[in-house]
Ligand binder design. Structure first.
Ligand code: PHE
Length: 534
């Protein structure tokens, strides 16, 4: 029979997983002790986040952003509501959490920026870090613009003309996009991000997340309660929470949900590598990854619980698309008492959520320039902000009919689309896929196990499951995104066959960069690629 002490230790992992998630609402800024272990860069010489809760808040700050509040509801609206929610949930567990854990391991092991982290573990893999830095650069080219919209809507709700103008919300949205105000708000947003980043890791990023994240949850919960009392709200809940399985397994739903999972969890861009490089040695990476993902899920669900009842209550269509928030929501607020106030509250929420995300990809580049090119942190921040301004200028110039690109024959191509497409559909999936191959196939199992267990301090019971998922399930799910399902199935079958042919895979790994496993995987990919080509 299990004695009480044993039972205590058996229950501990579950308690540890859940406790930080809820503790966020109760206490912010808990400090924990620190102990030293051999690292690639000494902890004393580098900034670090204060404690476990801080680590969760900053990583959740990166993850929770426009992706959960703006993109998720309209994706769900277009792909069957609850059906999409179900598939998204599955993708978060199968793709998002494992890759996030792998990124945490790479970052915390090395205490370096994304490029430096991969380079220090293996010179040949440093390109995964560069891929992340490039993705961070590209996302800067459009994310600040959408974030600027939320700022404009916040100001316009409070001081007009959003609710004082006689023009329709669609006309106002179009007019805003065609006016120079859009560029001004974009630059203001870059400056806000710049001001936080320049203050450093602890005083800037950590402090901002500690204030903004709890505020964001409080605002969302207040909004969800308010919306529940609107007429016909039940129809919205029905749409969002009743699963339709025929829609759930449609290829397009799966495709979109995987994309949404890695975008909303900020994986595949080196963000989590960079943030984890500021984690302390005693942070429990598994707990952190689960807490961050659960908080992101919670925000996405709460955003759905605000938006869908409101949309149905106003008799509008949930499939409105990208303008769901900027056109449909003002329409709803307009019918409510204190319209401008509720609207301002919502757009404050969106602005705060965007800001905690923009600081995370800004930090990927700032840390890269500071550490790899030996710039001072101030200059690295300035360079990143200047690049962001330049890219956004390019995007605004090409997107909105200023036709500078005619001599390049680029009149029909918007940089907004180029940046969005290459980031979400090429660079992030590539970064995610290769981070998982790197951590689970190239590196020795002791690498992941060590980081997950804090080198023997924690039990790491989830390690076998994580490694299995990272080796087989996550790559198969990723490849499903890029290839025909037939090829993804072939890959899964082949890897399983190879695994059983090699009776003990761990014996074949002589050193940290286990070559035999890598070659087997390369062969598998080649076979798979030729299957698709046929
Ligand atoms: N996860 C963020 C969002 O949902 C976007 C993001 C992606 C931020 C990648 C950083 C890195 O809005």
């Amino acid at each position: 029979m299990m004695n009480i002490a044993d039972r205590g230790t058996k229950l501990r992992p579950a308690r540890e997983t859940l406790r930080p998630t809820f503790a966020i609402f109760v206490t912010v800024g808990l400090r924990t002790g620190n102990f030293t272990l051999p690292t690639y860069m000494s902890e004393e010489s580098r900034a670090s986040f204060g404690g476990k809760i801080s680590a969760i808040l900053v990583a959740a700050g990166s993850a929770i952003g426009l992706g959960s509040i703006w993109r998720f509801p309209y994706m769900a609206g277009e792909h069957g509501g609850a059906a999409f929610l179900l598939v998204y949930l599955l993708c978060v567990f199968v793709v998002g959490i494992p890759v996030m854990l792998a990124e945490f391991a790479v970052g915390r092991k090395t205490h370096l920026n994304a490029v430096g982290a991969f380079r220090s573990l293996s010179k040949r893999w440093k390109w995964v870090g560069y891929n992340g830095a490039l993705a961070a650069l590209f996302i800067s080219g459009y994310y600040y613009i959408v974030a600027g919209w939320s700022l404009e809507y916040l100001v316009s709700s409070l001081f007009g003309p959003l609710y004082t103008s006689t023009e329709s919300f669609t006309a106002q949205f179009d007019a805003f996009q065609a006016s120079p105000r859009q560029a001004i708000y974009t630059v203001i947003f870059i400056l806000l991000t710049h001001m936080i980043i320049i203050r450093g890791v602890e005083k800037g990023i950590e402090k901002a997340a500690k204030v903004m994240m709890p505020a964001l949850f409080i605002i969302l919960i207040v909004m969800a309660i308010r919306v529940a009392f609107m007429p016909d709200a039940a129809e919205g809940y029905w749409f969002f929470l009743k699963p339709d399985f025929s829609e759930a397994f449609a290829p397009q739903t799966i495709f979109t949900a995987i994309g949404q999972a890695f975008f909303s969890l900020s994986v595949g861009m080196g963000c989590m590598v960079t943030y984890a490089s500021y984690f302390k040695r005693d942070n429990n990476l598994t707990t952190t990854a689960f807490s961050v993902s659960l908080l992101t899920l919670l925000v996405a669900v709460l955003a759905g619980l605000v938006i869908f009842p409101a949309v149905f209550s106003a008799g509008l269509e949930p499939t409105e698309g990208a303008s769901l928030i900027f056109v449909t929501l003002p329409e709803i607020f307009k019918g409510m008492p204190f319209a401008a106030l509720w609207s301002a509250v919502f757009f404050i929420l969106l602005t705060l959520a965007s800001l905690t995300s923009t600081i995370s990809f800004h930090e990927v580049l700032t840390a890269y320039f500071a550490e790899e090119h030996k710039l001072s942190r101030k200059n690295a921040t300035r360079l990143t902000s200047a690049l962001s301004v330049a890219l956004c200028a390019l995007t605004l110039a090409f997107t909105f009919d200023i036709n500078i690109g005619s001599w390049l024959h680029l009149e029909d191509i918007s940089f907004f689309e180029i940046f969005d497409y290459t980031t979400a559909n090429i660079l992030m999936p590539l970064g995610g896929l290769f981070t998982c191959i790197f951590a689970a196939w190239y590196m020795k199992p002791t690498f992941l196990r060590g980081e997950m267990t804090n080198y023997g301090e924690l039990r790491g019971r989830a390690f076998p499951l994580l490694r299995f998922t990272l080796r087989y399930i996550t790559p198969a799910a990723y490849l499903h995104l890029r290839m025909q399902p037939r090829a993804a199935l072939t890959l899964s079958a082949l890897t399983l066959l190879l695994r059983s042919a090699r009776n003990d895979s761990t014996k074949t790994e002589p050193h940290e960069g286990g070559r035999p496993e890598r070659e087997t995987f390369t062969a598998t990919i080649k076979t798979c690629a030729s299957t698709t080509a046929d």
